[in-house]
Design a protein around this ligand. Structure first.
Ligand SMILES: *Cc1c(COP(=O)(O)O)cnc(C)c1O
Length: 354
């Protein structure tokens, strides 16, 4: 039986994408060769890379606006350092909303001065700080749009004249935002875009080239942009499968349509968390993530029963991250609402039989 996959990442992908990706590993489009054995310089792969970049800009409504989409390696974790290398000349501002922001800050400090403009560490990151000031001389403001571990999400982008840089690993392509407000948006593929192995970096070309230090080639976005993400061998399988998933999203109606579905899933999930007296939401209500719902069981003694019932119902990946405990239901784009309904039904059944 196929499980209901609530994994926080690597995440669920649409069945049709999985089938096409599997077929291409056997043979890519009647070419007599596997996707993973062709040259990345072959016309077939160059077309795949171009299509992935084009779909990215189209879905984010950034076509013709001076942006470049890059498919790189090293995960979002490498971009913590790379973003600082590319933009941090004197001083950078960071909003600290969780584990990933904290890691981004640590890496940026290797490059230059970092000002933490606000932090929700005082409450184990269960909310998004608002109304903070960004130093006027900051080279950029770095935010994490969705905090995968704590289940919080920035609903309104901060008003700032600084270049806005975002780690959007776990909510890219999930909701409509004015992406032209960003200088750089980056995302590890494995949360909401594709399999692990590639990292999307969408960069406004005009924000680059302003730092006085040298940038190592593999971290240099201008270098990757000038080579169309082919400076070195790209992760062909991850790029191809991400491209298929972006095509799936486009065919479905794009971000506008998936946002509606994601909101419906989140409403169903949080509705039950709030209604059911056995459960309690972790994140501040106004900052709740539509992607990762974090919650706890009020009575420890029901833990084993809930675990057994969840396993029987085919629910996978709902255990919370160790820094929050409890449960986390990750509801990425490809998760159908039917899976959320199964989880909600198990929560209701636990209440009924407790
Ligand atoms: C998972 C995650 C990361 C780390 O991504 P890697 O690709 O594993 O380096 C960074 N930021 C956020 C918001 C994440 O969810």
């Amino acid at each position: 039986m196929k499980k209901h996959n609530f994994s926080a990442g690597p995440c669920i992908l649409p069945d049709s994408v999985m089938q096409q990706a599997a077929a291409a590993v056997q043979e890519l489009d009647n070419s007599g060769l596997s996707l993973i054995e062709i040259s990345h310089r072959s016309p077939a792969f160059i077309e795949i890379m171009e299509r992935a970049c084009q779909l990215t800009l189209e879905l984010l409504d950034l076509e013709g606006k001076g942006y470049k989409a890059l498919f790189l390696q090293g995960g979002a974790s490498t971009q913590f350092l790379a973003t600082a290398y590319n933009l941090l000349d004197k001083k950078a501002a960071y909003l600290n909303t969780g584990t990933w922001s904290t890691k981004a800050i640590k890496e940026a400090k290797l490059v230059g001065e970092v000002v933490e403009v606000a932090s929700s560490a005082d409450a184990n990151f269960n909310y998004i700080p608002k109304g903070f000031d960004v130093p006027s001389d900051a080279d950029y403001l770095h935010i994490t749009t969705n905090n995968t571990i704590f289940g919080t999400q920035i609903k309104n982008l901060p008003q700032t004249d600084s270049v806005l840089v975002s780690d959007s690993s776990s909510d890219i392509f999930s909701r409509q935002l004015d992406f032209s407000k960003f200088g750089i948006v980056y995302a590890g593929a494995q949360k909401n875009m594709g399999p692990a192995g590639t990292t999307l970096v969408v960069v406004k070309e005009s924000v680059l080239g302003k730092v006085s230090h040298k940038i190592p080639s593999m971290l240099d976005y201008a270098n990757h942009a000038s080579k169309d993400s082919m400076f070195n061998t790209p992760p062909v399988f991850a790029v191809y499968t991400s491209m298929l998933n972006l095509q799936w999203l486009k065919d479905l109606g794009g971000i506008k349509e998936i946002e509606k579905r994601n909101e419906a899933k989140a409403a169903l999930m949080y509705g039950e968390i709030d209604r059911n007296p056995l459960f309690k939401g972790f994140a501040a209500v106004e900052d709740r993530s539509t992607m990762n719902a974090t919650f706890t069981l009020e009575q420890e003694s029901l833990k084993d029963r809930f675990g057994a019932m969840s396993a029987d119902a085919g629910l996978n990946g709902i255990n919370g991250h160790r820094s929050v405990g409890g449960y986390r239901a990750s509801m990425y784009n490809a998760l159908p609402i039917e899976s959320v309904q199964v989880l909600v039904d198990v929560m209701k059944e636990l209440e009924r039989t407790a």
